[in-house]
Design a protein around this ligand. Structure first.
Ligand SMILES: [Zn+2]
Length: 463
């Protein structure tokens, strides 16, 4: 069979076949029971009857490569049958990059998160006709690895919070580490107390679930500097005593930073990139009980800096503070953190862009270039002293965790910056809006999106 077929269990099959003759009748004979899509072809949409069988031909054409891609993917997705896509007449841009985007897009669009305890229906198969062959194998494998890692992050993000506790997440990370044959350390409450991770522990006080911090190490280069991805893992956010007015609807997704960090780690290791990467994921619920942390409480973070709590719903930055200190202490020289951190970034950029912040413009410029390769959109927002000063207004501690006055996404980023060592380059990604999708783009079905995984991998591949 000639097909690209991705199964939910992660297996896939594909064959690219050479284009020989241009007659639609022959195509239909070659691929009975397939819907046929032409890209940039000379035919209009029509039905062809051969014997008793009916074949549907559709011509997907536009002047803009991205428009062709999304129209094509939408059409492929809309077909309930197996599909044959003919790229013979595609003339717009670079065939190889188009093929990569198409196959990746097809795989990303094929993701389905099924209802709990139900199994997925089998995917339809896809034939691609093209004359472009050199390096195709590599390109398909890369697209597949991207999709596989995005699937992992989406699966983790989409699980209900009672089925994706800190302990369960840590188990998933361990399973991945075993599969990749890399080092994985899971710190529980006792170990977090021993290392003085006071900010993470403060957030976890109101939950009956034990907090965890998970660290995985992939060494792909000998004497190269260490990079680190750090992801916020609030497996459910009630807001704490600053309780959320909607009861925390959608807050199972507050661990998507951790999920995407694990997905990124998986992708970098599977691609075998020649870099050293440490993934750090602080994990806890933010809940309410008699032990829950309160307004005005002061905690000593892993860095030694003290923090006065001014808002219990600004908990993500607290657990990240300790995770960032941990990454610095482990010797990371470049850190990228991902977090569903602020509502403010949703207001500023919506789901169209991931907000990014940095203390090293050169590092961020490289990241922005990588985002052009992955076609994930990012937009830089500022950090400045004025924001940092607003967080130093406490009478009893070094920092407050939340400050009034607007620019909430930048203030949150400024808080994180206080935990980055001076000689460390750092990028913060606020994925509050991009971690999930409404499903308008077929490549991003409704639910967790797996944002920024490919971009970070592209950055690390092109250092
Ligand atoms: Zn919160």
């Amino acid at each position: 069979m000639n097909k690209v077929l991705i199964n939910y269990d992660g297996s896939y099959e594909y064959v690219l076949i050479p284009y020989t003759k241009g007659y639609v009748e022959e195509l239909a004979n070659l691929y009975p029971n397939y819907a046929n899509l032409f890209v940039g072809g000379k035919y209009e949409e029509f039905d062809l009857f051969i014997g008793d069988a009916k074949y549907h031909f559709m011509n997907v054409e536009a002047k803009d490569e991205n428009k062709v891609l999304s129209a094509l993917l939408k059409n492929v997705k809309a077909q309930k049958a197996d599909v044959c896509v003919n790229l013979k007449y595609y003339r717009l841009g670079n065939m190889k990059s188009f093929l990569y985007e198409f196959i990746k897009g097809y795989l990303l669009a094929s993701y389905k998160f099924t209802k709990i305890n139900k199994t997925t229906a089998e995917a339809c198969s896809l034939n691609i006709l093209t004359n472009e062959y050199s390096g195709i194998e590599k390109l398909i494998n890369e697209a597949y690895k991207v999709a596989e890692s995005v699937y992992l992050a989406r699966d983790l993000g989409n699980m209900p919070s009672n089925m994706m506790t800190p302990a369960i997440f840590a188990e998933k990370a361990k399973e991945l580490a075993e599969e990749l044959n890399v080092e994985c350390v899971v710190y529980g409450k006792k170990e977090l107390e021993e290392m003085n991770a006071g900010a993470l522990l403060a957030v976890s006080q109101g939950s009956d679930c034990e907090p965890k911090m998970v660290a995985l190490k992939y060494q792909g280069a000998e004497d190269a500097p260490w990079y680190s991805v750090v992801g916020k893992g609030i497996t459910f956010d009630s807001g704490g005593y600053n309780i959320k007015s909607n009861g925390g609807a959608g807050m199972k997704y507050d661990m998507c930073g951790a999920a995407n960090a694990l997905g990124t780690f998986s992708l970098v290791a599977k691609l075998g990139l020649k870099v050293n990467l440490l993934a750090v994921m602080p994990l806890t619920e933010n809940m309410i009980n008699g032990k829950g942390y309160k307004i005005g409480d002061v905690f000593t973070s892993l860095s030694g800096q003290t923090i006065e709590i001014t808002n219990t719903d600004a908990e993500g930055r607290l657990i990240l503070a300790d995770a960032l200190s941990y990454a610095c202490n482990e010797g990371a020289k470049y850190i990228i953190d991902m977090a569903t951190l602020t509502g403010a970034v949703v207001g500023a950029l919506s789901g169209e862009y991931t907000g990014c912040f940095t203390n090293d413009q050169e590092f961020l410029d490289k990241f922005v270039s990588a985002s052009k390769l992955s076609k994930e959109r990012v937009w830089q927002l500022p950090i400045c002293e004025a924001f940092e000063e607003r967080l130093r207004k406490s009478d009893v501690a070094d920092l407050i965790n939340s400050a009034q006055g607007g620019a909430g996404a930048s203030v949150a980023a400024s808080f994180l910056k206080a935990f980055i060592k001076e000689d460390v380059s750092w990028i913060h990604l606020d994925i509050a809006a991009t971690a999930t999708s409404e499903g308008t783009d077929v490549r991003y079905p409704k639910g967790a999106s797996g944002a920024m995984i490919e971009t970070i991998a592209k950055l690390l591949a092109n250092l």
